[in-house]
Design a protein around this ligand. Structure first.
Ligand code: FES
Length: 154
């Protein structure tokens, strides 16, 4: 069930668009920002609130890779695997991160601290290789730099 605060925020978005369906991505982002991910129940609630079909909301929720359809860790790492980052050392960084965290791409550490995802270009190719941690951009990565960054999330 959407909270009053969520309903208020979604209503504010509805004022900006003619079609309720256009609000779906923002509504899903708002729900995820408060709950960490988007459950099936949330998809149904957003659909009912906007007056669109559950299938329509579901199709948008599954299209965008940054809408999480299952629980994630307290910190989400998005490691860019697009061309600039690939050239600048993505594979070594992926190996370092997966070894350090003990998980594969798309997985969450057993303690629920981190979830690691691959990501398409983060729009920061001049800083390649790059990653986002909880939406914060980190560039010019090396394995050592990753260790320093993650120390701030321990
Ligand atoms: S390719 Fe990685 S930020 Fe653009």
């Amino acid at each position: 069930m959407l909270t009053e605060h969520e309903q208020h925020e979604i209503r504010a978005q509805m004022a900006l668009y003619e079609q309720p369906a256009a609000v779906v991505p923002e509504a899903l982002k708002l729900v995820q920002a408060r709950r960490g991910w988007v459950a099936d129940e949330d998809v149904r609630d957003v659909a009912a609130f906007l007056g669109v079909s559950t299938a329509e909301v579901e199709s948008i929720a599954t299209f965008y890779s940054l809408i999480y359809r299952r629980p994630v860790g307290r910190h989400v790492i998005l490691l860019c695997d697009s061309v600039s980052c690939w050239i600048m050392g993505f594979r070594d960084l992926r190996a370092h991160l997966t070894a350090r965290l003990g998980i594969g791409m798309g997985e969450t550490t057993p303690d629920g601290r981190y979830t690691l995802f691959p990501a398409v270009c983060l729009g920061a190719c001049e800083l390649a290789p790059a990653m986002l941690v909880d939406g914060i951009l980190h560039g010019n990565l090396t394995p050592e730099r990753i260790d320093e960054i993650l120390a701030g999330y321990e």
